[in-house]
Design a protein around this ligand. Sequence first.
Ligand code: NAI
Ligand code: MG
Length: 364
Amino acid sequence: SNPSILILPGDGIGPEVMAEVRKIIDWFGTQGTTFDVSEDLVGGAAYDKHGTPLHDDTMARAQEVDAVLLGAVGGPKYDDLDFSVKPERGLLRLRKEMDLYANLRPAQCFDALADFSSLKKDVVAGLDIMIVRELTSGIYFGEPRGIIHEGNERVGINTQRYTESEIDRVARSAFELARRRGNKVCSMEKANVMESGILWREVVQKVHDEDYPDVELSHMYADAGAMQLCRWPKQFDVIVTDNLFGDLLSDAAAMLTGSLGMLPSASLGAPMANGRPKALYEPVHGSAPDIAGQGKANPIACILSFAMALRYSFDMGEDATRLERAVEKVLADGLRTADLMGPEGGTPVSTSEMGDAVLAALSA
Ligand code: NAI
Ligand code: MG
């Protein structure tokens, strides 16, 4: 049967950028790879129709398909909604129920955009690293949590908690990835001051020694890692870290490469019966209400997210690379959505013009 995709365009610029991915999916159909595509609502769009940011039927469908592609959720229209039905809850429910524990955030610098980085050009030119962030555990979820009264003041409490199996599985994701890339993993924690960090380091080392001795492994304290990431990011290939440090490090790494409109992500879970991992692909950016509906959104983050789907869900690594090269080509040709328009200028293009150009480069 054909590989299956559930598309959830969501809100704001979500549907605009997803329309460009749709063109690429359809093109693959003409080349002999037909995807079974279904489309549904998530976030505010789902709330408007169903009174919930993710309908149960949509959740069930997400569990069945080979990959979910999500645009973005949220917007000012929904800011005053009750927390339980906020658009973000739709996304959180997907991540939680699909148990997507490995969040992959590449930081890749396209040569044509090297001037865009806040760092010196030689520090970022050709950069291609991958941060693997544990996504379903750690301090954002650990119990006990809450604000309690102690004596005559209040105390805010969160708990950093990691089980061996939670560390083990995300470490495996990182090592598997490294084997398909530069064969190098750097694990980051704070084993000097945190118990969970000590366990993290020990388990990552054990997984390495037992099953991935061929991959080069190093350990670094996360604060030192943050410094190294800014000083000389090209020393890294795959970085694996916990939920909290990964949140910070991946956002910092993202800015090495320029615009939010360029950043893809993947969230992967355990393998399904067909061997493919549970998977959700989405651009890092949000629904960008300030530019929604104006044809200004950069569709590249969403397109590159689809490239990740080709590589990690559909074993179409060569096609993924072709798609990435097509993006590189249009950037080298000087095409720029508004967010990419730097001092050097370029040819201004709309969302759909950018999508068309990538498709033209892909099919050339
Ligand atoms: P945002 O990422 O939507 O926008 C931040 C800035 O970057 C804006 O100026 C926007 O115009 C620009 N931008 C973002 N994506 C772009 C693209 N593809 N092309 C060109 N410019 C782009 O973050 P913001 O403004 O903090 O949040 C807006 C809404 O999105 C909120 O409701 C927020 O909760 C939601 N959000 C949703 C996320 C998701 O669906 N995963 C992630 C982050 C925010
Ligand atoms: Mg963050």
